[in-house]
Design a binder for this molecule. Structure first.
Ligand code: PLP
Length: 466
């Protein structure tokens, strides 16, 4: 029996390997004892030291103790805060998930800690099998890698190779696809490529604007104009079905269908970046939630996978040597990725009425209560399922950042997204409880009230609010 075979669904009785692994994890935790919290000056020194070593301070003044429970994480100074952003997505089952820790302990006892592409172990094969099973009939292949950016780099290379001599790619305005040289160029944020040479290979189409009834037609017109301007030169169009870093913008199916049909007619392949959306909408893949299966040529996933992968059709299979690398991932990361996929299916996260759907409903209710308690503060909402955002007041960047910082002081971690307006986004652990979510929103409300008082920001009568 392979190591990963030893990890059946939770309903099965524990196997011989699971029992000692769980006991080991508990024993190590007990032996380590509760982390001794740092006093405030020591915490500040540790933060400053890390910032100096990295030559960049952490985005928020946060250092984890390494401990937590559910959606709550214990900071190095002993504060317990609710993590409603899950490390920007990856902590899909929160902190101290016993089953994942056990999975990690079993994988860590393997005789190699990392797996090379030239000597794949059982966790590698299992992960690839599960990904391909879940992705539907068109995406027959998967190549593992270690970051979302690298999965996208591999996708881009496969697309260029098959479409040669095409040398251009289409992406949306406000897109985010990572930070390698090529991805920094595909990303629509000039400051992310500040000072680096560019190749000018990306053309942009405006993303959906819910306030403009002609938005879809305008984007199709822009796409057609690009195709006319550079005939035969576009290898692919890259789609983020809900724009993540760009501000949690979503769009209806008809918008994507109109663009994808235009691409199809012009022989342009369709690449979907699901690094942030995977396991955040009703189906595990957002392209399946939107029923876009027939259009998809290549899809990238990362974050919750504890690694990353490029899934592709037979027709995009790269010729030898194009896509390779030493490491495919850590044995622990692969085992976790496989186990997470298994639990997402086995524990009913996907599908109508599934746990992601239920969480989306809780978020709707929590936002409605927040809007009722502080009318005029939540001026717009966007996103879908378990990735949602709102605009506080006018979404001014400095105020939104301040809210996020004050929210951390009040005991809830959220993050900013986009610019103009800058939103507050949430990517909660998918198994967050209703009580944890409500505690998080209560802390957020306290933070908004503090910032409103500090800057004399309006909290309208209910009748005036939008
Ligand atoms: C849509 C999207 N693509 C690509 C990436 C890059 O992934 P990574 O940070 O793992 O390189 C991200 C990361 O946030 C993302 O949200």
């Amino acid at each position: 029996m392979s190591v990963s075979d030893s990890n059946p669904p939770l309903s099965s009785p524990p196997t011989a390997l699971q029992r000692p692994a769980r006991t080991l994890v508990a024993a190590v935790h007990a032996a380590a004892g509760a982390a001794r919290p740092l006093e405030a000056p020591a915490y500040d020194r540790a933060l400053a030291r890390l910032g100096a070593l990295r030559a960049s301070a952490p985005a928020l003044p946060l250092l984890s103790s390494g401990h937590g429970e559910g959606a709550r994480v214990v900071l190095a100074d002993g504060r317990r805060v609710l993590d409603l952003v899950a490390g920007l997505g990856p902590y899909v089952f929160g902190h101290h998930d016993e089953d994942l820790l056990e999975t990690a302990a079993i994988a860590a006892s393997s005789d190699v800690a990392f797996q090379s592409h030239v000597l794949p172990g059982p966790e590698y094969t299992r992960l690839v099998e599960r990904l391909v099973d879940l992705a539907g009939p068109r995406l027959e292949h998967a190549w593992l890698s270690m970051s979302g950016s690298m999965a996208n780099e591999n996708a881009l290379k496969m697309l260029f190779q098959r479409a040669a001599p095409a040398d251009r790619v289409i992406a949306f305005s406000r897109a985010f696809h990572g930070r390698t040289l090529a991805m920094a160029e595909l990303t629509d944020r000039p400051e992310y490529r500040d000072g680096i040479p560019t190749r000018d290979f990306v053309d942009r189409v405006p993303f959906f604007d819910p306030d403009d009834p002609d938005s879809t037609q305008k984007s199709v017109d822009a796409l057609e104009a690009l195709i006319d301007r550079h005939p035969g030169r576009h290898a692919a169009m890259c789609f983020e079905l809900i724009q993540g870093e760009g501000g949690f913008h979503d769009a209806p199916r008809a918008f994507f269908v109109a663009l994808m049909e235009t691409c199809r007619r012009a022989g342009i392949r369709i690449w979907i970046d699901e690094i942030q959306t995977f396991a955040r909408t009703r189906e595990l893949f957002a392209f399946r939630t939107l029923a876009l299966d027939d259009f998809v040529d290549i899809v990238t996933v990362g974050k919750i996978l504890h690694g990353s992968a490029t899934l592709f059709t037979k027709d995009l299979a790269p010729r030898p040597k194009l896509v390779a690398g030493t490491w495919a991932g850590s044995t622990v990361g692969m085992a976790l990725g496989g186990r997470i996929l298994e639990r997402l299916v086995g524990e009913g996260y996907a599908g109508p009425g599934g746990r992601i759907d239920r969480l989306a409903g809780w978020l709707d209710e929590a936002f409605a209560r927040l809007a009722a308690a502080m009318p005029g503060v939540v001026t717009a909402r966007s996103g879908s399922g378990a990735m949602q955002a709102f605009v506080p007041w006018r979404g001014d960047a400095a105020t939104t950042q301040e809210i996020v910082e004050v929210a951390a002081e009040e005991g809830v971690l959220v993050q900013t997204a986009g610019g103009n307006p800058t939103k507050i986004r949430m990517l909660p652990p998918l198994n967050v409880t209703r009580e944890e979510l409500e505690d998080g929103f209560a802390a957020l409300e306290r933070a908004l009230a503090r910032v409103a008082r500090r800057h004399d920001l309006p909290v309208f009568d209910a009748a005036d609010s939008c």
